[in-house]
Design a protein around this ligand. Structure first.
Ligand SMILES: NC(=O)c1ccc[n+]([C@@H]2O[C@H](COP(=O)([O-])OP(=O)(O)OC[C@H]3O[C@@H](n4cnc5c(N)ncnc54)[C@H](O)[C@@H]3O)[C@@H](O)[C@H]2O)c1
Length: 172
């Protein structure tokens, strides 16, 4: 069983990724608690996308918050090394919203990401990891990618995950 785990699976990038991998015959685990509706109101509601996704028999949804260590740990623990790809796209994506909601932005984008990376290291360290990054760290993560791409397995090694999160924290 090869599983693709996608955080932010009802969002723009997460949902497109989910439909893509479902078409390719993968099983997809989606994590999304529709926090987008809290950020942006009724127009940000992504429940309709989730309803479309759950119609697919190979899609399983978890209405969990990436900030919640226990619920995220339980998902990773359940599927462990069957998870071959992780796409981390759950985020608060708006500069403007971040400006007025610093703590919430930090908790979702920094602490939530740390939580995801910690569980990857623990339960599926061999998986391929795609981190969409938050808007402010994109360039820095790209530089990090360039820097470490010559190292074997660097993409999912422990130091790299820690370094990405460190950069993320440092940016705030
Ligand atoms: N869309 C773009 O063009 C683009 C470009 C560059 C980078 N990015 C980055 O990619 C990431 C994803 O972007 P997007 O456009 O898909 O965003 P999006 O807002 O469409 O999707 C994010 C999803 O994450 C979910 N989410 C947010 N907080 C959560 C939490 N605590 N727990 C569980 N789910 C949560 C939201 O409900 C939403 O469905 C962001 O970091 C964004 O900055 C996006």
């Amino acid at each position: 069983m090869s599983i693709v785990l996608i955080t932010g699976s009802s969002g723009l990038i997460g949902s497109e990724s989910a439909f893509f991998f479902l078409k390719k015959g993968f099983k997809v685990i989606g994590i999304d608690n529709n926090l987008r509706k809290t950020f942006f109101g009724k127009d940000g509601d992504t429940l309709w996308i989730r309803n479309k996704l759950v119609k697919n028999k190979d899609y399983t949804h978890f209405n969990c918050d990436i900030r919640n260590p226990d619920s995220i740990k339980n998902i990773f623990k359940k599927f462990k090394k069957n998870i071959s790809i992780v796409i981390h796209a759950a985020a608060q994506p708006s500069h403007d919203y971040a400006k007025d909601n610093l703590h919430l932005d930090f908790k979702v984008n920094a602490e939530g990401s740390l939580n995801i990376f910690h569980n990857i290291q623990k339960f599926c360290p061999e998986s391929k990891v795609i981190f969409l990054s938050t808007n402010k760290v994109l360039l820095i993560v790209w530089k990090l990618w360039e820097f470490s791409s010559s190292l074997k397995n660097a993409f999912h090694s422990e130091w790299r995950c820690n370094f990405v999160v460190f950069i993320l924290l440092f940016q705030r």
